[in-house]
Design a protein around this ligand. Structure first.
Ligand code: AMP
Ligand code: ZN
Length: 136
């Protein structure tokens, strides 16, 4: 994709601080890290989000994210969050699929989510809907 900033990084048209690369995946530091070392793992080929990616490529990106998480632990990082924003409603800003690998140190000002309560039959209903969609 010609205008995609992550495709430009892959083509070498924009700089990045690369930490890992193989034939199908690249990983480089996020320019606005949650904590130093926050890494983005991306497929080299352009896909907008996880829904568009072939399963095998999702697995390759996830395995690369684990490698980086393991490396972080080896250099003293206390915990690691791995996350992926898929779609604008999920906070995706760059529409080239990427996994965030975020070093964590307990109460370090980054907050993932605040859990809500389920009311009435909502929990059973949503579980049934997801299960039905999985079968279709
Ligand atoms: P999101 O799409 O919300 O999952 O987040 C996109 C992430 O990409 C943000 O954390 C940005 O800080 C990061 N980002 C945007 N442009 C660049 C860039 N040129 N190099 C590295 N990270 C970037
Ligand atoms: Zn792209």
């Amino acid at each position: 994709m010609s205008s995609c900033i992550f495709c430009k990084i892959i083509r070498g048209e924009l700089p990045c601080t690369k930490v890992y690369e193989d034939e199908s995946v690249a990983a480089f530091l996020d320019i606005k890290p949650v904590n130093p070392g926050h890494t983005l793992v991306i497929p080299k080929k352009h896909f907008e989000n996880i829904h568009d990616m072939p399963d095998a490529l999702v697995a390759k990106v996830a395995v690369a994210a684990k490698k980086i998480a393991d490396a972080m632990r080896n250099i003293g990082v206390k915990g690691v969050n791995i996350g992926m924003n898929n779609g604008a409603h999920a906070g995706q800003i760059v529409f080239h699929a990427h996994m965030h690998v975020m070093p964590r140190y307990g109460k370090d000002s980054f907050s993932l989510w605040v859990g809500k309560e389920y009311y009435g039959k909502e929990r059973e209903l949503v579980a049934e809907k997801i299960k039905a969609a999985l079968k279709s």
